[in-house]
Design a protein around this ligand. Structure first.
Ligand code: MG
Length: 159
């Protein structure tokens, strides 16, 4: 048996912050507003892991109202979600994800994001997909006001 989960997230752009996407610092920015490091991609993946295991959502474990998570490394959120999934008998089979943003152009960073996500999750890089899209100048993403991410995660029984 397998379990599938989906996750999505959106963060407002904040030029005063450092952009972190998929666990990778992207110096050219723009940064994202958020209580933690605002890594919209890792948040979507974390929710997909939790969703596949029917364990709730990221806000249940890491509420933005909790000062302990101010500027938190979102890789830690994902590690906790993976531990909870493992305790329920599941491990990740593969991850597919999409980031939507007008800027920066993400193509130069995709390989690094995939290898970081593989490192954080312990999944081989060949089973980690990161795709990038713009919003063709439409909606809040197209106007450069926000970035969004979606993710799908397949869980398989622990070997
Ligand atoms: Mg978020």
């Amino acid at each position: 048996m397998m379990r599938i989960g989906q996750g999505e997230d959106l963060h407002r752009i904040d030029d005063g912050r450092t952009l972190v996407l998929g666990g990778v610092i992207i110096e050219e920015g723009p940064g994202l507003a958020g209580h933690s490091d605002a890594d919209v991609l890792l948040h979507a993946i974390t929710d997909a892991v939790l969703g596949a295991a029917a364990l709730g959502d990221i806000g249940k474990y890491f509420p933005p109202s909790d000062p302990r998570y101010a500027h938190a490394d979102s890789a830690d959120f994902l590690r906790v979600a993976l531990r909870l999934a493992r305790e329920a008998g599941w491990e990740v089979a593969n991850i597919d994800s999409t980031v939507r943003t007008e800027r920066p152009k993400l193509a130069p960073y995709v390989a690094h994001m995939r290898s970081r996500i593989a490192e954080i999750t312990g999944v081989e890089v060949g089973a980690v997909s990161v795709k990038a899209k713009t919003a063709e100048g439409l909606d809040a993403i197209g106007r450069g006001e926000a970035m969004a991410a979606t993710a799908v995660v397949l869980l398989q029984p622990l070997a």
